[in-house]
Design a binder for this molecule. Sequence first.
Ligand code: NAD
Ligand code: WQD
Length: 352
Amino acid sequence: MTKKILVTGGAGYIGSHTCIALHEAGYEVVVYDNLSNSSREAINRVFSIIGQPISFIEGDIRDAETLRQVFAAHAFFGVIHFAGLKAVGESVAKPLLYYNNNVSGSITLLEVMAEYDVKNLVFSSSATVYGDPETLPIDETSPRSCTNPYGQSKLTVEHILEDLAVSDASWNLIPLRYFNPVGAHPSGQIGEDPNDIPNNLMPYISQVAVGKLEKLSIFGNDYPTVDGTGVRDFIHVTDLAQGHVAALNYLQQHASSKNGSDTTGSVGFLPINLGTGKGTSVLDLVAAFTKVSKQPIPYQFAARRAGDIASCYASADKAKELLGWEAKLSITEMCQDTWRWQSQNPNGYDSH
Ligand code: NAD
Ligand code: WQD
């Protein structure tokens, strides 16, 4: 039986790549997205890559009535919940918007899931829940703390999921804690398309390389790291997408559900890191991108960015052990695929 999956936020950067991976793995996908940070063109490109349309519903996760209609119309095995706002700086300026969208929206989604007895969930969490880590690499038992409303919204949803799992053993809840997702589909047709000036490093670098931005500012060169710049665990978005397929496969094997799992067990609350386990510095990423794109990437050193930490990289052992998943793609491949997407679509989805 083909398993049907509701993908909230499926038109977004990570969601669109995951829709392709799900389709290739034999899952049937229904995308639910309010297009607040994405475009229909991304969905059209997903259709074009997989060679057939997928179901798309324009809707908001805070709209219980529309969600009910979707759950009434489809027998879902589970939900992958990407929908959320993700800009750290904006969350400091607009905390109510972030708590409303990310926390209230998740509660509404969970309530409707409960109504329809769909209790398998994969949730987009983030390495941001680890705050400034005491030890590296970061494993899933590391203490959690957040310093901005975006991170707090992810941590709050994690707490809600934990409480839900305690209250009722029929919930199977996997928060995936992503490290730093970068890269694009190898076709160059879909990728990250930030509004305005990018906040994150990789899209900033690629927009400098393509000539849209003049110069990269590197925030801090006095961190206690290999070269003084920040160190992160960059992970290719297609590896990340495969991590979601692996999490769903795990739910199929270990969770009970009326809509087609293989066993009658319970997963409870099972947080899992998705990272490569390797740290790369800002300067190393700039050098790798310069080599791949053969473009100059001018940069200047600037003050540290408020809230940044020196180093962050995952222990990816739990994902390997439980899900049989590990990241395969290198920094060079992350840069190659980002560059293909950026150079073919200099204005993102607005190019066409
Ligand atoms: P994205 O903005 O590209 O995708 C999120 C999607 O959710 C967008 O298509 C947006 O339109 C949709 N959305 C937002 N609010 C919604 C709502 N109320 N109802 C319906 N749809 C809504 O972001 P992304 O990079 O693909 O991230 C996906 C998820 O992963 C987010 O929850 C994000 O917080 C989390 N995450 C992202 C990163 C990262 O660096 N990209 C890292 C860790 C975690
Ligand atoms: C990486 C490094 C910067 C931009 C953020 C969120 C986190 C998660 C992933 C969602 C840092 C440096 C950056 C620039 C720079 N998102 N940098 N110049 O901060 O690790 O994580 O995205 O959950 O919550 O905080 O990623 O790409 O912004 O920064 O020097 O123009 O690049 O200082 O060292 P970060 P990033």
